[in-house]
Design a protein around this ligand. Structure first.
Ligand code: PLP
Length: 837
C-alpha cells in the first residue's frame, strides 16, 4: 500500500471515532423548497455571491453542486457497498471518454428535472440558460470515446460493480472553427470556467516511473529483476460520478492527471536553477495536457506512449493498492476483476500487471502469467491495417525498459507454443509474433492484447467475422473460442430520453415509462405505426425537433434550417473511409443538374444537408474535403437558381451536445462508408432510434440495423465487402468510372473547373486527383448506386405518411442497440460480473 493511506481504507476506522460519522449521509429533500434552499446555499457558500449579484456561471456552478448534493449519499453508499462485498467488477480502461454535458444527465438520473426547473423559476432563473452554460468535457475523438461513456452509463444503470479509468486531459479534443471555409483548431479550455463534476484526491496519488534500466539481483537464492527508472511523475486521481438512471446507484469514473513529483524539481531547484525547475514541472505535467487527435502525425508519438503507460499503470496500481483490501490473495484476482481494454491504447497494462506481480509482489512468472491471462479482455475497434497500433522497440525500450523485457519473454513463450503446434511454419510464426520487423522492429499491441486476453471481441457481427477471417485469422485458428462479438450500443438515457424529450413523451404515453431501461419494449410501437393518429403525433414530434434545431443553429452559428425540407444528415469524424466525398458528389450532382438545366427544379426534393465533422489537424486531404464542403455550401446557398431547394449547412465543432440537437431532427441518416471499413458505427444507431431512415452500405452495424428494420425501411446501396475485395484484386481504376458516367464526370469537372473556388482550379486539385488516381475507398465505384438509392429516397419521401410509418418502425425495431444490451452481452460472454446491489 502506498504511504498516503487512501480515503477508502481510513473510512472504516474513522467511523468508530465519532458517532455522527456512522450516520449515512442524507440527500436534501426532494421538494421545490428543499431545492431552492440547497441552490441558494451553494450560491452563497460555494460561490460566495448573493443571488442578486450572481452571474450565469455562478448560477450554473451552484446548480451543478446542488444536483451533485443529491447524488452524494448514493455515491458514498455505492463505494461503501462495493468495498464490503468485494464482488467481481469491471475495470474499463479507456484513453477516451466523450462524456457530453453532465448537468442534464444528472438531473435525469435523480428524477429532479421538474423540481429543479420549478425551483430555479422561483428564483427568477430559466434553467435552460444554465444548462447552456456547461462546456462539455471533450475527452475523446469520436465513436470510441463516446462508446466508453455509453457503457459506463449502462453499467451504473444496471448496478454492475465497475470503475472507469482514463485520463483527465487538460485540453480535450480541439474546438473547431472555420476561416474562409477552412478548419482552424482552437484549444479546448473546458476547465477554465470551473469544473463542478470532479473530485481530486491528491492523497491517493500514484507515482509513475519512466526510463532508466533494469538489473538482476539475488533474493535469497532467487534471481529477480528490478527496474531502476530515471524519472517519475505523480498521477492524481480525479473522481467523477456516474449515476445510474433512477436506481440510487452512482458508480465512479477515475481520470488521472499528471503532476511533477517533489523529487523531480527539488533536485534541480536546490541546484539553483529556477527556470529549469519550472521547465521540468511543465515537462511532467505535459503528460495529461492534451488529447491526441487520431490519425495525427508521428510528432508527439513518445508523449502518447507516456500517456498510455501513465494511465494504465496508475489504474493497475490503484486497483491493487486502493480498491483491493490489504493482503489480498492475488491468485484470486481473475475472480475479482476484469480489465477491459478499449482498443489497444491501454494494452501496456498487460506487462505492467506482470511487473507488479513478479517484480513488486514476488510471484513466480508462471503464476503471474496465469493470473494476468485471466484478468484482461480486449475490444478491437478497427479493420484498417494502418490503425493497428505499434510501438518501435527502440522507443518502448527507452521509456519502459522492464516492460520491453517482459513483452519479449511473453512473446518467446507464445511463439514456442505456436511452433509446437505448427512445426517450423516460420511464416506463420513471423505473422503472429508480438514483435514485427518491418519497417522497423516494433511491438504489435493488438497481438499482445490478443495473447494476454480471456476474450477478444469485435464491435459488430460483420466486423467480428472479418477479424476472425482476416485481421487476426491466425490467432483465431490458434485460440478457437477466444474470439467473440459484442455489437456496440448507445445509451437510451442520453440519446433518446434526454436528447429527444418530445419523442420520449410520445413513447411513454403509449408504453409507460419502463422502456428507458428495457429498450426491447419499443417493439410494442409496431402496432402504433398502423395508427394514423399516432403517426400524426410522431410527425409533429419530428417537426418540432426541426424547429428546435433551427433555433439552436441560428443562435449558435447564425445558420438557418428550412424546417419544410427533408433533413439529410452526415455527422461523424471526417475520414476518407467514411466517404463524406460521396455525399458531397450527390449534392454537386443535384446542383449541377439544376443549373445546367438537365433537371427541372420542380423535380428536385427540397433538402437541407447538414454536415458535422472534425478532421485530425495533420490529415491534409480530410481538411481539404472540409474546405470543399464549405465552399460548395457557399455557392449553392447563394445561388438563386436553386430557389432555396438545396441548402448545405456545416455548423462547426461537432460534439455530443450538437449531436443531441441534430439527430432528433434528422429525416435521413447517411451511413455510407466503404463496405468492410467501418467497424460498427454508433451514430447510425442514434439516428435510427430517433426515427431517421438510413441510407447506407452493408457495413458495420448497418448490417444489423437493416436486418432488424427490414429492407423496406432502409435504403441499401453499394458494393458488399466481398465485392470490394474482388474489385481490389482485379485492379480498381477510378478514372474508368469517371469516364463511363456522364453525371459523375460532370460533377467532378464542375469542382475541378473552380466553380466553388472563385475560378481557381488549383485549390481543390489535390481532392480531385486523389479521387481520380487513388480513391482508396472507392467513392467513384459506388457513386452510381448511391445516386440511384437517393432517387429511391426522394420517391419514398414524397409519401409523407408512409415515410413516417417507416420512421416509427425504425424506432420500434432498434431497441437492440441499447448499450444496456451490449453490457449484458459483455457480462454473459466475457466478464461474468452479475449485478450487485
Ligand atoms: C456517436 C458519436 C460519434 C460516432 O459517430 P459515427 O457515425 O459512429 O462515426 C462521433 N462523435 C460524436 C460527438 C458522437 O456523439
Amino acid at each position: 500500500m502506498s504511504e498516503n493511506a487512501p480515503a477508502h481504507h481510513i473510512a472504516h476506522s474513522r467511523e468508530e471515532r465519532h458517532p455522527l460519522a456512522k450516520a449515512p449521509v442524507t440527500a436534501p429533500p426532494n421538494t421545490v423548497d428543499g431545492f431552492v434552499k440547497q441552490f441558494l446555499d451553494n450560491l452563497n457558500f460555494g460561490q460566495g455571491v448573493a443571488l442578486s449579484a450572481s452571474g450565469v456561471n455562478d448560477q450554473y456552478l451552484a446548480l451543478a453542486r446542488t444536483v451533485r448534493d443529491y447524488l452524494m449519499a448514493r455515491w458514498l453508499e455505492t463505494v461503501r457497498r462495493q468495498l464490503v462485498s468485494q464482488a467481481k467488477g469491471v475495470c474499463y480502461l479507456s484513453a477516451e471518454y466523450l462524456l457530453g454535458r453532465q448537468l442534464g444527465n444528472s438531473l435525469l438520473a435523480t428524477g429532479l428535472e421538474d423540481v429543479a426547473a420549478e425551483a430555479l423559476a422561483e428564483c427568477g432563473i430559466d434553467i435552460a440558460d444554465l444548462r447552456a452554460q456547461e462546456v462539455e468535457p471533450g475527452l475523446g475523438n469520436g465513436g470510441l470515446g463516446r462508446l466508453a461513456a455509453c457503457f459506463i452509463d449502462s453499467l451504473a444503470t444496471m448496478s454492475v460493480p465497475s470503475i472507469g479509468y482514463g485520463i483527465r486531459y487538460e485540453y480535450g479534443i480541439f474546438r473547431q472553427t472555420f476561416e474562409d471555409g477552412q478548419q482552424v483548431e482552437k484549444p479546448d479550455r473546458w476547465l477554465s470556467m470551473g469544473s463542478p463534476w470532479e473530485f481530486p484526491h491528491p492523497e491517493a496519488a500514484q507515482t509513475i516511473s519512466f526510463g532508466g534500466r533494469t538489473e538482476q539481483y539475488d533474493d535469497d537464492g532467487v534471481t529477480r529483476t528490478r527496474w531502476i527508472p530515471d524519472w517519475d511523475v505523480l498521477a492524481i486521481p480525479y473522481n467523477y460520478m456516474v449515476p445510474g438512471y433512477l436506481n440510487g446507484r452512482v458508480n465512479t469514473l477515475r481520470l488521472w492527471s499528471a503532476q511533477a513529483t517533489k523529487a523531480f524539481d527539488l533536485r534541480i531547484f536546490n541546484a539553483g536553477d529556477y527556470a529549469e525547475a519550472v521547465r521540468a514541472q511543465t515537462f511532467a505535467e505535459n503528460i495529461s495536457k492534451v488529447l491526441y487527435p487520431e490519425d495525427s502525425t508521428p510528432q508527439g508519438k513518445e508523449l502518447r506512449l507516456q500517456q498510455q503507460y501513465f494511465f494504465a499503470a496508475a489504474s493497475i496500481a490503484d486497483f491493487l493498492d486502493v480498491v483491493l483490501p490489504p493482503d489480498y490473495d492475488l491468485t484470486k484476482l481473475p475472480d475479482r476483476a476484469i480489465f477491459q481494454l478499449n482498443d489497444t491504447h491501454p494494452v501496456i497494462a498487460v506487462p505492467e500487471l506482470m511487473r507488479q506481480l513478479v517484480d513488486v509482489r514476488g510471484l513466480e512468472w508462471e503464476q503471474a502469467w496465469e493470473i494476468t491471462q485471466g484478468c484482461f479482455a480486449y475490444t478491437c475497434h478497427t479493420l484498417l491495417p494502418e490503425a493497428l497500433e505499434v510501438w518501435s522497440v527502440d522507443l518502448l525500450g527507452r521509456l519502459l525498459p522492464r516492460h520491453l523485457e517482459i513483452i519479449y519473454r511473453i512473446n518467446e513463450e507464445f511463439l514456442a507454443a505456436v511452433r509446437e503446434r505448427y512445426g517450423d511454419d516460420e511464416l506463420r510464426v513471423r505473422n503472429m509474433s508480438i514483435i514485427g520487423e518491418h519497417p522497423e522492429r516494433s511491438v504489435r499491441m493488438a497481438h499482445l492484447a490478443t495473447v494476454a486476453s480471456v476474450k477478444v471481441n469485435g464491435v459488430a457481427e460483420l466486423h467480428s467475422q472479418l477479424l476472425r477471417e482476416k485481421v487476426l485469422h491466425d490467432f483465431h485458428e490458434f485460440y478457437p473460442g477466444k474470439f467473440t462479438n459484442v455489437t456496440n450500443g448507445i445509451t437510451p438515457r442520453r440519446f433518446l430520453r434526454l436528447a429527444n424529450k418530445s419523442l420520449s413523451e410520445l413513447i411513454t404515453d403509449a408504453l409507460g415509462p419502463g422502456w428507458v431501461t428495457d429498450l426491447d419494449r419499443l417493439r410494442e410501437l409496431e402496432t402504433y405505426a398502423e395508427d394514423p393518429e399516432f403517426r400524426e403525433r410522431f410527425a409533429e414530434v419530428k417537426a418540432s425537433n426541426k424547429r428546435r434545431l433551427n433555433r439552436v443553429l441560428l443562435e449558435r452559428d447564425g445558420l438557418e434550417v428550412d424546417d419544410t425540407h427533408m433533413l439529410d444528415v452526415m455527422v461523424k469524424r471526417l475520414h476518407e473511409y467514411k466517404r463524406q466525398m460521396l455525399k458531397l458528389l450527390h449534392i454537386v450532382t443535384l446542383y449541377d443538374g439544376i443549373v445546367s438545366g438537365r433537371v427541372p427544379i420542380s423535380e428536385v426534393t427540397p433538402r437541407t444537408f447538414i454536415f458535422g465533422a472534425k478532421a485530425a489537424p495533420g490529415y491534409r486531404i480530410a481538411k481539404d474535403i472540409i474546405h470543399l464542403i464549405n465552399k460548395v455550401g457557399s455557392v449553392v446557398n447563394a445561388d438563386p437558381a436553386v430557389e432555396g431547394r438545396l441548402k448545405v449547412l456545416f455548423p462547426p465543432n461537432y460534439n455530443v451536445t450538437l449531436a443531441e440537437r441534430i439527430i432528433p431532427a434528422a429525416d435521413l441518416s447517411e451511413q455510407i462508408s466503404l463496405a468492410g471499413k467501418e467497424a460498427s458505427g454508433t451514430g447510425n444507431m442514434k439516428f435510427a432510434l430517433n426515427g431517421a431512415l438510413t441510407i447506407g452500405t452493408d457495413d458495420g452495424a448497418n448490417v444489423e440495423i437493416r436486418q432488424l428494420v427490414g429492407d423496406d425501411h432502409f435504403f441499401l446501396f453499394g458494393m458488399t465487402e466481398p465485392e470490394v475485395e474482388e474489385l481490389a484484386a482485379k485492379g480498381y481504376v477510378p478514372s474508368d468510372f469517371y469516364r463511363a458516367d456522364p453525371n459523375l464526370r460532370s460533377a467532378i469537372d464542375l469542382i475541378a473547373s473552380g466553380a466553388f473556388s472563385g475560378g481557381d482550379r488549383s485549390v481543390f486539385e489535390p481532392v480531385i486527383s486523389n479521387l481520380l488516381y487513388n480513391d482508396r475507398f472507392m467513392v467513384l465505384a459506388d457513386y452510381a448506386a448511391y445516386i440511384a438509392a437517393q432517387e429511391r429516397v426522394d420517391a419514398a419521401y414524397a409519401d409523407a405518411d408512409t415515410w413516417t410509418r417507416s420512421a416509427i418502425l425504425n424506432v420500434a425495431r432498434c431497441g437492440f442497440f441499447s448499450s444496456d444490451r451490449s453490457m449484458r452481452d459483455y457480462i454473459d460472454r466475457i466478464w461474468h460480473t452479475p449485478p450487485s446491489f
